[in-house]
Design a protein around this ligand. Structure first.
Ligand code: GLC
Length: 435
């Protein structure tokens, strides 16, 4: 074979993705095994999360480790329901799932069921992540998950409509309410009866805990629990903002918001039927898709506060961890390491938006072009508010009490003052300290 022919062959193979590129570590991908094995990854499924996971699994099988078959099964859309499903697998010590997608607040809950992946990942590899986000997956010195992506609540606004009505991007919650009302009245008068001012996640589930924590903190209220475990829900600022947002339901916020998860809010928003939306950055590339009615008609920025500059974003995001009950711990760990490596994260973020967990990705030209919020909003990990880690294994119980109380306030079945006083007592019963 002539030299020229070989070069052409390699170039062709590179184009169809048969040969790993130099940046994929010169082809030295560790697969954890040379035998043919099959592993199962539970992942997805908010927006195109599941599809993105499947595309990565296919790339792994085609390019990185052809001897490993990766099957992707869908988790429930709600992170709250996902906990219940994982609990069943873990309690039964099931080997059915090898790799778990882990919400950033799961590690404390599931630590004993997950492998310490630092036994397989090199220190060099672990050093690529923001230390703060790796910390979230490190419990008692064991790295029980590798960060996959991060997120912080953000405000999506219709820039075309703000311009049409001569309005600025709202900096305060009162400005948001006023702008939402003006736009909603105007759009309805023009015949769009389905138009609403503001949508968010109001269902009684973890998503509401994230939204409500942002409301409290951005209003100068508490953070559910202080780092010392003191209850922080029953203060005048928190009560004021909860009542204020409840008063919007049925006016500028659809009454159905009481049942909205992320995708329900996005459905209204992306159909062009909302002026403002609170959501995670996964909604950005979907809104910018070719066939999206709101393509190039919206912007994103920090959520409003009580006053300009008091914005708060709850820290969200997910990682991947390996089950101790897996029959292929090494192959599963190898896959978790590959999927959280730089090149795969670039592919992931291009398809999926969200916010990166490795500092280097914030300098990636391709990502900066596709996801302009990365440059304009900076690194969410520096400013985001974590959900109270001090709750440890009791986090889910605390969150359930909290989102149920806030959902009742939104529903108008109780005022915030009464709901927060009751919530405080219920949290004290779980063993947390009264202020
Ligand atoms: C997103 C976040 C996750 C959060 C969930 C709440 O998936 O990444 O951290 O718990 O939303 O619905």
């Amino acid at each position: 074979m002539s030299k020229r022919f070989v070069v052409l062959l390699i170039a062709a193979a590179l184009m169809v993705g048969l040969v790993p590129t130099a940046s994929a570590q010169e082809g030295d991908v560790w697969c954890g095994t040379d035998e043919p094995v099959s592993i199962t990854w539970i992942a997805g499924t908010v927006g195109n999360e599941y599809e993105t996971a499947v595309a990565l699994a296919e790339k792994y099988m085609a390019e990185a480790c052809p001897n490993v078959t990766v099957k992707v099964v869908e988790r429930p859309t709600s992170t709250t329901e996902t906990i219940a499903q994982y609990q069943q697998f873990f309690e039964g010590q099931s080997s059915e799932i090898d790799v778990y997608q882990l919400d950033v607040f799961y590690p404390a809950m599931f630590k004993e069921h997950l492998v310490d992946i630092s036994e397989y990942a090199t220190d060099e590899f672990l050093a690529l992540f923001f230390p703060a986000v790796l910390d979230a997956y490190t419990i008692e010195g064991r790295v029980v998950g590798l960060p996959w992506f991060a997120g912080g609540g953000m405000l999506f606004y219709r820039s075309d409509l703000l311009e049409k009505y001569g309005l600025a991007v709202p900096q305060t919650w009162d400005e948001l309410a006023a702008a939402a009302k003006t736009i909603q009245d105007g759009e309805r008068a023009e015949g769009n009866a389905a138009f609403w001012g503001f949508v968010f996640q109001g269902k009684a589930y973890e998503g509401l805990t994230c939204d409500a924590l942002e409301w409290q903190v951005s209003y100068g209220g508490g953070r559910i629990l202080s780092p010392e475990g003191v209850i922080e829900v029953n203060d005048p600022a928190s009560i004021e903002i909860f009542d204020k947002i409840a008063s919007w339901v049925g006016d500028i916020v659809p009454p159905d918001v009481l049942n909205y998860q992320e995708e329900d809010s996005r459905a209204v928003w992306q159909a062009g039927n909302a002026a403002f939306m609170r959501n995670w950055a996964y909604a950005y590339p979907l809104g910018q898709a070719e066939d999206s009615p709101i393509r190039d008609k919206f912007g994103v920025g920090p959520l409003p506060g009580k006053e300009a500059g008091m914005s708060a974003a709850t820290l969200g995001g997910w990682g991947v961890g390996v089950s101790r009950y897996s029959q292929n711990v090494e192959a599963a760990s190898a896959f978790a390491i590959w999927v959280t490596s730089y090149d795969q994260l670039v592919d992931f973020h291009l398809a999926r938006g969200e916010q990166p967990v490795q500092p280097a990705l914030y300098q990636d030209a391709q990502l900066l072009e596709a996801l302009p919020y990365l440059a304009s909003m900076g690194n969410v990990l520096e400013s985001a508010i974590a959900r109270p880690g001090v709750a440890g294994v009791q986090y889910n119980a605390v969150s359930e009490l909290y989102y149920t109380a806030v959902n009742n306030v939104l529903a108008g079945s109780v005022d915030a003052e009464t709901a927060m006083a009751d919530l405080e007592l219920a949290m004290a019963d779980l063993g947390f300290e009264l202020p």
